[in-house]
Design a protein around this ligand. Structure first.
Ligand SMILES: Cc1ncc(COP(=O)(O)O)c(C=O)c1O
Length: 394
């Protein structure tokens, strides 16, 4: 047996993988499983994008490209910001192999060994691993139900220490779907800048928002409020392209040049065919499909939220983004934690959800995450089955 690196033992396994594997077994045995655990859109990639990808393959887009992405796509992303009233020069945009590669690249660009970043807990669990891989430290920032699981500038100030070099925010966030209030984003980034730190904003769920009228947190991009943010984005969620592995970064002027050697060494280039396909993602035909899907997600959110609320789960106000509801089990009065709840729900009712512990250690054991990445009929069936379980368990 080779000696695998010590860091492997510090990376927590995803419990949701256990759920998925068991769900597949149940399906093989002929059971209909309702999937409320999956963090990717159920819709397949919009047809105009697929057609563009096929055409690009036929035209020979099978080679490495420019390390920072093909110029046409960097320009198209710049135009996408311009359509939202934001001026972002294409030279500041770096196309990446998904947001995942973007996050790893930023950790490599911004952290020296021993430096730490503040990471909201609960939050997207992989962030911790990106930081640790470059010998940085992930410092948990415990965010609370009362603040809709988004940090405030006061909380950041409380947890910032001499080795803190930045904070990694997400709006809308995973697992909560919550948006970060505009004034907090400004105040947090002001604080970080004053303390020689950076603010990274993960906007991978940008576009998948369902704000109440007048909600000021629904800014098109954090760049509209704070021009020197490091932005992470992706074609995975709003554009429905998870498997194409394509995302992008926006860096302050000069950042793309600084990042280039890292991109060249780690990835050479993002995938060629995916980049050519993504050019079609911003065309009106594809954007119309994305908007229809956004509306479908909003309807699903409303249905799942109302159903879970009726069943007695602890929920904050309806989250205005992504496709998740993060629900507290405590008000149900069950004698079980989120992991047991998820396991029993799958075994007894064939409904798959994600246990809160996948997203950190801050009170997460009494939570589960529901994803509305399945159709309305499945959501209705899932709610019915959860209701049956609760009638037995309470
Ligand atoms: C908040 C957040 N960031 C980043 C990612 C990674 O996305 P991808 O690498 O598919 O672009 C995910 C995936 O679920 C996510 O939820």
């Amino acid at each position: 047996m080779p000696n695998y690196a010590d860091r492997l033992s510090t990376i927590a396994p995803f419990r949701v993988v256990e759920m998925l594997e068991r769900a597949r077994e149940l399906e093989r045995d002929g059971h209909q499983v309702v999937h409320l655990e999956v963090g990717e859109p159920d819709f397949s990639t919009a047809e105009p994008i697929v057609a563009a990808g096929q055409e690009a393959l036929g035209a020979g887009a099978t080679k490495y490209t420019e390390a920072l992405g093909i110029p046409a796509l960097r320009a198209a992303i710049s135009d996408h910001y311009a359509n939202q009233g934001l001026e972002v020069d294409a030279s500041r945009i770096v196309v990446t192999t998904g947001a995942s590669a973007g996050l790893l690249l930023l950790a490599g660009l911004l952290l020296n060994p021993g430096d730490n970043w503040l990471l909201p807990d609960p939050g997207y669990p992989c962030n911790e691993v990106f930081v640790q891989l470059v010998n940085g430290q992930a410092r948990a920032l415990p965010v609370t139900f009362a603040q809709q699981f988004q940090p405030t500038a006061d909380l950041v100030a409380e947890h910032w220490d001499a080795n803190t070099r930045g904070i990694l925010l997400a709006s809308p966030a995973n697992p909560t779907g919550a948006l970060l209030a505009a004034e907090e984003l400004v105040a947090i980034s002001d604080f970080a800048r004053e303390h020689d730190g950076v603010t990274v904003l993960d906007e991978i769920y940008q576009g998948l928002t369902y704000p109440a009228p007048g909600d000021e947190s629904n800014y098109p991009s954090g760049l509209a409020l704070v021009p020197d943010l490091f932005i992470v984005n992706s074609f995975s969620k709003y554009f429905g392209m998870t498997g194409w592995r394509l995302g992008w970064l926006v860096l302050p002027p000069g950042g793309a040049e600084a990042l280039t050697p890292l991109v060249q060494n780690l990835f050479i280039s993002p995938p060629a065919v995916s980049q050519h396909a993504a050019l079609a993602a911003f065309e009106p035909a594809a954007m119309a499909i994305h908007e229809q899907r956004r509306q479908r997600f909003e309807q699903r959110r409303d249905k799942l939220y109302a159903g879970l609320q009726t069943l007695g789960f602890g929920l904050g106000p309806p989250p205005a983004g992504a496709f998740y509801l993060y629900a507290d089990l405590a008000p149900l009065g069950l004698e079980m934690d989120g992991l047991t709840f998820a396991r029993r729900l799958l075994e007894e009712q064939h409904v798959a959800v994600t246990p809160g512990i996948d997203f950190g250690g801050n009170g997460t054991s009494q939570y589960v995450r529901f994803a509305y990445t399945t159709n309305s009929d499945n959501i209705a069936l899932g709610l019915e089955r959860i209701g049956e379980a609760l009638a037995r368990w309470v």
